[in-house]
Design a protein around this ligand. Structure first.
Ligand code: ZN
Length: 438
């Protein structure tokens, strides 16, 4: 995902009655126990599918589906439609406005015979790159999108298949949304994410299947902001710098601001990075191409500086506090200078909440019961942004990401998934869903 402009909601986390209900339902699910008889049947159903699941992974990887390759993104969705319909899901394709130049999204729904927490499973059909077909080499399955995230989609699908094979799916309420533009969302983002947000409104728990790190679950992902700083000073002979008439010039003022950002804003989970700066007496800067020019003679006090940068944060409160501090630092101008800053939110953040911590606890118990060791929260600073943040920003849903495959080289040549951990990831996801909804 990238730098497309968005005005995402920044509501403070809150707990609805639905979330509290989920908390209560989950309280029982964290107790450690050996897998039950039905869970053993679920695991056996996963093991019976090992070869078929690998064939399905190959089929989806071999439809090369970079975000801009609209027909192929749709074709990958068609494969999933075939598979989900076979499990009794209703499937549909959600179109997005043509001018967005994105493929749209795959949605599948399963209405259960019983109430209980409603699950939203999130994946994506598109890839950043394309060009490497499926290839198996020992324990590794290579191919563009194998790890990010056709492998993750497969974990979700095969987990549901095991639940269907054992009859457990019949009672469950599940909505699956695989977006077609996760890696480069269409603009405006709130329009392209409309169907995801609608599915979230009818759900209690969101599970996303982006790549997993061994022993880690993701209940926090940082959001992304951007900022643009414009500093002006009084141009004049350099011998007059620091004086009452000419003041400090735009470049000293920009340096003061950036140094105070560096020393005064720092706190856990917050980073901000000035990525480009141009300053002098005559400055041009193009925000689209991120390039500019500057001219300044050594005997002239500079008139103008422009700086751009990003900001990564966890939770709406941290974003708002950082923005306020930046504005206060910018406002404390050196003599004969002035500055203004625009700080915008571009991609929402997913802050941990009590419901998310509870479902991480259930995953931890499932993992231990499967003999795969404990699962703890992955530090948010280790993860980039992801689709789940769109539905988890307001804290209503219990949210967990990182349920996909173990792999590496995402967004790079030589992308692969580790095959020996795949059945375990599927069992883990299936038993997690079973315990969350029983
Ligand atoms: Zn991804």
């Amino acid at each position: 995902m990238t730098n497309a402009r968005v005005t995402a909601p920044l509501a403070a986390p809150r707990l609805s009655s639905a979330s509290l209900c989920v908390l209560a339902l989950l309280a029982a699910g964290t107790a450690h126990a050996a897998p039950s008889a039905v869970e053993k049947r679920i695991a056996a159903a996963v093991d019976r599918r090992t070869d078929a699941a690998l064939e399905l992974l190959a089929e989806t990887v071999n439809v090369q589906s970079a975000t801009e390759n609209l027909a192929s993104v749709r074709a990958v969705g068609d494969i999933y439609a075939r598979e989900f319909r076979a499990l009794g899901f209703e499937t549909r394709w959600v179109e997005v406005p043509a001018e967005m130049k994105r493929a749209g999204h795959f949605v599948a729904t399963h209405r259960g015979k019983r109430g209980g927490p409603r699950l939203l499973l999130i994946g994506h059909l598109d890839t950043v790159l394309q060009g490497e077909p499926f290839r198996r080499d020992g324990n590794r399955a290579y191919g563009t999108g194998s790890s990010d995230m056709k492998g993750g989609n497969l974990v979700a699908l095969e987990a549901l298949r095991a639940l269907q094979a054992t009859g457990e799916l019949r009672a469950m309420n599940v909505t699956v949304v695989f977006t077609g533009d996760e890696e480069d969302p269409g603009s405006p983002q709130l329009v392209t994410r409309e169907s995801l947000l609608a599915a979230a409104a009818d759900s209690d728990i969101a599970l996303a299947f982006e790549g997993s790190a061994p022993g880690k679950g993701v209940i926090g992902r940082r959001g992304i902001g951007s900022w643009r700083l414009h500093v002006t000073g009084v141009q004049g002979h350099s011998s007059g710098v620091f004086g009452d008439t000419r003041g400090f010039g735009a470049i000293f003022e920009a340096a003061r601001i950036l140094d105070q950002f560096r020393t005064e804003l720092r706190e856990p989970n917050l980073t901000y990075n000035p990525s480009v700066i141009v300053g002098g007496t005559n400055v041009s800067y193009d925000t689209a191409t991120k390039s500019g020019t500057a001219l300044g003679k050594t005997n002239v006090i500079p008139r103008e500086v422009r700086v751009e940068g990003d900001l990564r944060y966890l939770g709406a409160a941290q974003f708002e506090a950082a923005r306020a501090k930046m504005q206060a630092i910018v406002a404390a101008s050196l003599p004969q200078t002035s500055a203004e800053i625009v700080v915008e939110n571009e991609y929402p953040s997913m802050a941990p909440n009590p419901g998310s911590e509870r479902i991480l606890g259930v995953l931890d118990a499932v993992s231990r019961d499967l003999g795969a060791g404990p699962v703890v929260a992955q530090p948010p600073i280790e993860r980039g942004a992801g689709d789940i943040a769109f539905v988890c920003g307001d804290g209503r849903l219990a949210c967990l990401d990182g349920l996909g495959t173990d792999g590496d080289n995402d967004h790079a040549p030589g992308e692969y998934v580790l095959l020996d951990s795949l059945p375990l990831q599927v069992k883990r996801a299936a038993i997690l869903m079973h315990r969350l909804t029983r």
